[in-house]
Ligand binder design. Structure first.
Ligand SMILES: NC(=O)c1ccc[n+]([C@@H]2O[C@H](COP(=O)([O-])OP(=O)(O)OC[C@H]3O[C@@H](n4cnc5c(N)ncnc54)[C@H](O)[C@@H]3O)[C@@H](O)[C@H]2O)c1
Length: 338
């Protein structure tokens, strides 16, 4: 019942590497694939030598090769994806996410294994918070580039559910809400926590989009990974869409303040507002993004446990340590782990 060998796409990425680490710590086997477009081998350094772990650098859209390396897996977790094309790259986002999910679902079907399809809170667009899995989604116009990500993930959800109905696939769809923590990509690709921390450590000013009063909830990565593991181990998750998120809302301005405080940089707030027009792609924001977590609690027994202040402390400590290792590396030392 409980999967013992899991194929993970996007295993060298932020969330994927934490998922691999947790599964290996539980004594399970993991086969990870990643094309290293945004992930790194450093993310996997702490478990690369684990005898239960195998890594293959490859494009997960190659279904034939994916089937070969995932042979013997009794579950698949599909995380490989391109994220919000804030500054360009919508075509890559659409093609990669649509084709990647298709390949992962085909492979899971051929293995007769359940599959976790990783979706996003971005699919709700500007729905009315708190976002419930049954809600209508409110996506902006196609002329706004950022919605390409949400639409690609909605396609992934539909493909998985259609393959369930018509071919017997066993998918569980997880809609993740802003994840943060160590190993997150140190640019806007990793979202505001990492972008703000890196800006401050560079001695620069944090950029808050729009008026900075958007509301988000942030989920520490170990909590998100706990949601994945519970979904892998819960038969009742099959066929369901489930929000995985924390419910501690915060505005971007408050988040920026908290990160500056966590880095012990005295005030005033080192931030500036960036008008949406400056972002390009006819950018539109989501004003308030809060999950309804009732379904995750009911089906998975999931409850985010790491509070924002503890999670931010861990995150900024990682950013500081990452720089220390980079400096040591450039001074002749070796940079081994991230
Ligand atoms: N981080 C968040 O806040 C968040 C929120 C909602 C949903 N998600 C979803 O969670 C998943 C993981 O996101 P993440 O934050 O860890 O991002 P990430 O970029 O760190 O990880 C994604 C990984 O996929 C790899 N990849 C991309 N395309 C690939 C391909 N075609 N073949 C093989 N590997 C490929 C990248 O190299 C990267 O390592 C994604 O599906 C993302 O859409 C993340």
């Amino acid at each position: 019942m409980t999967p013992s060998k899991i194929g993970v796409t996007g295993g060298a990425g932020f969330i994927g590497s934490h998922l691999c680490e947790r599964l290996l710590a539980e004594g399970r086997e993991v086969v990870a694939v990643d094309d290293l477009s945004h992930g790194t081998t450093a993310n996997m350094a702490s478990f690369m030598q684990n005898p239960g772990f195998r890594f293959h650098q490859m494009d997960c859209r190659n279904a034939r090769e994916l089937r070969r390396v995932f042979a013997g897996c009794d579950a698949v977790a599909h995380l490989a994806a391109e994220k919000i094309p804030r500054y360009g790259g919508a075509l890559q986002t659409l093609e990669s996410n649509v084709q990647g999910a298709h390949a992962a679902c085909e492979v899971a079907l051929s293995l007769d294994a359940p599959v976790i399809v990783t979706s996003t809170s971005d699919v709700y667009g500007n729905a009315t918070p708190p976002f419930n899995e049954e809600d209508h989604v409110v996506i902006g116009p196609s002329t706004t580039r950022r919605w390409a990500y949400a639409v690609s993930k909605l396609y992934d959800e539909h493909i998985a559910l259609a393959m369930a109905e018509e071919k017997g696939l066993r998918p569980a769809i997880l809609r993740l809400f802003n994840v943060y923590g160590p190993r997150n990509h140190p640019t806007w690709w990793g979202g505001p926590v990492t972008a703000f921390a890196e800006a401050l450590l560079d001695g620069e000013i944090m950029e808050l989009h729009g008026d900075g009063r958007q509301v988000r909830t942030f989920t520490y990565v170990t909590d998100t990974v706990d949601g994945f593991v519970r979904a892998l181990d819960t038969q009742d998750a099959v066929g369901e869409i489930i929000n995985i998120g924390a419910d501690e809302p915060i505005t971007m301005i408050r988040l920026a303040t908290a990160i500056q405080e966590a880095l012990e940089i005295p005030g005033p707030l080192r931030a500036k507002l960036v008008p949406y027009e400056k972002i390009g792609g006819r950018y539109q924001d989501v004003r308030c993004r809060i999950p309804d977590t009732e379904k995750a609690a009911r089906i998975l027994g999931f409850d985010a446990r790491v509070g924002l202040s503890d999670g931010l402390a861990e995150s900024v400590a990682w950013h500081v340590e990452r720089r220390r290792l980079m400096d040591a590396g450039s001074a002749g030392g070796s940079v081994s782990a991230a």
